[in-house]
Write a protein that binds this ligand. Structure first.
Ligand code: FAD
Length: 385
């Protein structure tokens, strides 16, 4: 019997653990998930909260209700991975041994930079982030109370979770204000550290066209170095300035502390260094990475985690049967971009190519707003989809 330990019971960890349990009996494979939080958030709905398209009670569930029987949940924080000993140190449960380790620790917000961002967020008046549930609710209220001025959506650097989320925010904010009949009192701006709002064809061209037609300004190659919430000014490292009355900021992201504290597992920013097809850690042949925790060169999304969980389970099936694993992750992700009320565009691509046309449709909206959350709780997390 092999022991598989999983650090992180977020989207990727739960999907993988439950898929594995469906394939292997407890006598074949022991599955232990170490998760520090007792609440699991369906993060893709944070964007919906901002626009009253979902409610907090629908998007949070107790972590211990998510697993099949015989997946052992250890509610604790993993503090260090010891690859030489094949153990994980934890805060309360001592060292946990494994034959195989799957790291699913996600991405965390890095709030130290840009300068002034944290003060602005703490003040909670004109600087907000919807990258937490609490932040999404505050931004929702701030937008409702905003009577005019410049609304800015910014992301500081890549990689971030769901790179389209700051784009969804500005598009939906503009549409909401337009529908309230107040568009002439507002200016809408997206700043991006990239050369364009979105980097993949044909979504890039489609989004650029939508921005232009609706008068939403894009400030490209803008890497924020300072946020002055008192003056309502954001400055880039190379001296450019963008004024705001309401700023929605996506802070920089980094890998989990446990990766940064463990030698030979990740890179300087704490991303688990993995082969992008096989998901195997570059330094250890019994350690894998899955989900946002990894350095896979694709967007950090739950849709990607779902596909990775499927592939990794297939690889374990072969591996534990003594065969050569064949299944590979091609980098596929699907990112639903709400463009306006009742319309959404799906960006679907893998490492090498785009897989869907850039079409805004009502069907896409219904999928994103009404169907994905129930599918997530009832099918995806259970490893059924
Ligand atoms: C605003 C926003 C919008 C998004 N929109 C979409 C979207 O439309 N579509 C989409 O597919 N995706 C979207 N995402 C991204 C999606 O939520 C993530 O890609 C997904 O949650 C990744 O799953 P994960 O398991 O890798 O990370 P997470 O779900 O973040 O889970 C990581 C888990 O690891 C745990 N952990 C970390 N360190 C430790 C430790 N040391 N010990 C124990 N436990 C630990 C954490 O507590 C956490 O539960 C969005 C995200 C955000 C924030």
């Amino acid at each position: 019997m092999k022991q598989v330990a999983i650090i992180g019971g977020g989207s990727a960890g739960v999907m993988f653990a439950n898929r594995m349990r469906r394939e292997f009996t407890p006598n074949q494979v022991g599955l232990t998930v170490i998760e520090k939080s007792d609440k699991h958030h369906y993060q893709p709905a944070y964007t919906l909260l901002v626009f009253d398209l979902d409610e907090p009670e629908n998007i949070v569930k107790p972590t211990n209700e998510l697993f099949y029987e015989d997946v052992k949940l250890v509610q604790d924080e993993a503090t260090k991975i010891n690859p030489k000993e094949n153990t994980i140190s934890t805060t309360k449960h001592g060292d946990i041994a494994y034959d195989y380790l799957v790291i699913a620790t996600g991405a965390k917000l890095s709030l130290g930079e840009p300068e002034g961002m944290l003060e602005g967020l703490k003040k909670g008046e004109n600087v907000h982030t919807f990258y937490t549930m609490d932040g999404a609710l505050k931004l929702r209220d701030a937008l409702k109370n905003c009577d005019g001025g410049t609304v800015v959506s910014t992301f500081c650097e890549m990689p971030i979770k769901c790179p389209a989320a700051p784009i969804k925010f500005i598009l939906m904010a503009e549409d909401t204000i337009r529908n309230l009949g107040k568009r002439n009192k507002f200016k809408f701006v997206l700043t991006t550290p990239l050369p364009s709002a979105f980097s993949r064809h044909p979504y890039m061209e489609a989004l650029n066209g939508i921005f232009e037609s609706r008068g939403i300004e894009t400030v490209a190659n803008f890497a924020p170095g300072e946020v002055d919430h008192e003056k309502g000014v954001m400055k880039s490292y190379d001296g450019k300035e963008v004024n705001f009355d309401l700023l929605s900021i996506t802070p920089p992201h980094e890998g989990a502390d446990v990766i940064q504290n463990s030698d030979g597992v990740g890179d300087a920013a704490g991303w688990v260094t993995c082969d992008k097809y096989h998901m195997l850690n570059k330094y250890h042949d019994n350690i894998y990475g899955i989900g946002d925790a990894t350095d896979f060169p694709t967007s950090k999304t739950a849709s990607g985690a779902r596909k990775q969980a499927k592939v990794l389970t297939e690889r374990f099936k072969a591996l534990l049967a003594g065969k050569e694993p064949k299944a590979t992750y091609d980098g596929e992700i699907i990112c639903p971009i709400l463009t306006r009320d009742k319309r959404a565009l799906f960006a679907n691509f893998n490492y090498t190519k785009s897989l869907s046309p850039a079409t805004e449709s009502y069907l896409n909206w219904v999928l994103k707003v009404n169907m994905l959350r129930p599918l997530y709780w009832n099918m995806m997390l259970k490893g059924l989809l």
